[in-house]
Structures are given as C-alpha cells and as structure tokens.
Design a protein around this ligand. Structure first.
Ligand code: ADP
Length: 257
C-alpha cells in the first residue's frame, strides 16, 4: 500500500447541539478501496461532504494527499474526485460536451482533451450516443457520464456516495472493475454503500459508522475475527454491530409465524 491519501482527524459535525458525526479518525492509503458502511442516517454523506470540502466541520480536519481541505482546498481538489449520490448534469449538453466542460474546469491541456474524452467514452461504452443530449439518457447512463467526468483529471483520490444505486448488474460490475483498476494504479478509493455484498467483494478495508461513531474498522476478515464469528458474512457482522440483528430476527419470526 502507498501513502495515506485520505485522512480524517477528529472530524465532527453538529447541527445545533446535536452531533451527527463524532470525532471521526480514519486513514485511507493509495491502492486501497475503503468501504464506508452504516445504516441510514448514521452520518455517511455528512462525512463525505466534510472530506471533500463541501461542508464545513464543526471541529477537526480532513486531508487529501496531505493537503488540508479547508486551508489548501485548491491543491486538494485538483487531486480528487467526488461522485455524489444525486449527481447534477446539464441536461441540454451531450455527453461529449459535458466532458469537455469538465476538462476545461480542470484545465486539462487542450491538446490532450480529445483523446482523453475518447478514451473515457470508450471505457464506459458511451461512444455511440456521445453526441446525444443528456436529457435523453437513462439513470445508469447518466451515472456513467458522471463517473467518466470524475476520472477526467486522473485523480489520486476518488470518493463515491452510494455509487451502485440504480445501476444494472453489468454497470455495477463495470464500476467495480474500474474502481479496482484505479486502486491498482495507486489511487485511494473511498466508497459509501449500504450494499454489504459490494463491500465484501470489492473493499480491502471497511469502516462501520453508527450514530456518527466509527464502531469498527478493518478488513472483512478482521471484522469477523473481532466479532468472533469467522464464518459469518459481512452482513451478519454489520447487523450485529449496528443492532439490526434483532430487527432481522423479528422479521424472520414474522415471516415464519
Ligand atoms: P447517511 O448518509 O448515513 O444516511 P447523513 O449524513 O445524511 O446520513 O445524515 C446524518 C444525520 O444528520 C441524520 O440524522 C440527518 O437527519 C442529519 N442531518 C443531515 N443533514 C442535516 C442538516 N442540514 N440539518 C440537520 N440535520 C441534518
């Protein structure tokens, strides 16, 4: 594994007096796919927004490739990409036009823009419809355009919020392959998901968030060992740690009853 590329130091967010993320510490290295898990409302999106500089922490700090996201945001943002859960696209642009716009925002040298866009369109299987307006694209195709745009400046850090929601199995597989390739090339990949199977199959390390606290961190195998159930799936461990087991048992009881 490489250097630490994402770091949170006592990262905290309060709304009023209510803390929703509580003194979070974490590190993600280059080459690593880090899964960020937690039930709805546990603080995942709030954390990602603080890591990307979109939301100001109430306390603590975040670093991207060693740059403080609050104090050195230009340097930090040039090296990272963020894929939100509800991405916004300009629907009156074509995919190619949208990618050109993003390339210009990142100041990609004009002589390499065309080739880079061509490469991304091909990678995501978007060439055929690259000149159609985005308003006619399906949700899955829009997701691909957003991902392509996130990769345009070859970021060293990529943070994705629930990226598989709404993707068909083939697109979800493509996403997994691409994230693995990025990690292989040395990027740090931070992915929030509530789909545990994805985390289990894709992530080198996972962290589990509950009510704004990190309650466990490690490889899926390490978590199994921590909980003392080496045969269990990540799903069982997750439910055990987040207290969802009782509800799962209840539902099972209802089904059986
Ligand atoms: P997750 O992404 O894990 O579902 P969020 O980070 O979206 O969780 O939310 C964490 C908690 O913070 C939730 O209880 C949510 O209601 C609360 N929250 C999020 N944004 C705001 C806000 N702008 N004002 C007040 N509370 C908020």
């Amino acid at each position: 594994m490489g250097d630490v590329l994402i770091k949170a130091n006592q990262l905290t967010k309060r709304y009023g007096s209510e803390p929703v993320v509580k003194g979070l510490n974490l590190e993600v290295k280059g080459g690593e796919i880090f899964g960020f898990l937690g039930p709805n409302g546990s603080g995942k999106t709030t954390t990602i927004k603080m890591l990307t500089g979109l939301l100001e922490p109430s306390a603590g700090e975040a670093f991207i490739c060693g740059y403080d996201i609050a104090k050195q945001s230009t340097q930090a943002k040039a090296l990272m990409a963020y894929v939100p859960d509800q991405p916004k696209l300009y629907s009156k642009l074509s995919a190619r036009e949208f990618l050109k716009l993003i390339a210009a925002l990142y100041r990609i040298p004009p002589e390499s823009v065309k080739a880079r866009i061509g490469q991304l369109l091909e990678m995501f299987g978007l060439e055929e419809r690259a000149d159609e307006l985005l308003e006619g694209y399906s949700h899955g195709m829009r997701q691909k355009v957003v991902l392509a745009s996130a990769l345009i400046h070859q970021p060293r850090v990529i943070l994705l919020d629930e990226p598989t929601v709404g993707l068909d199995p083939a697109s979800a597989r493509l996403l997994k392959d691409i994230l693995q390739e990025l990690a292989r090339q040395g990027a740090a990949v931070f992915v929030s998901t509530h789909i545990l199977e994805i985390a289990e199959r894709m992530c080198h390390r996972v962290a589990i968030l509950k009510n704004g606290d990190l309650i466990a961190q490690g490889s899926p195998e390490e978590l199994r060992r921590q909980v003392g159930h080496e045969q269990e799936s990540l799903e069982d461990i997750f439910l055990e740690l987040t207290g969802g087991h009782e509800e799962a048992e209840l539902i099972k009881g209802l089904e059986e009853g």
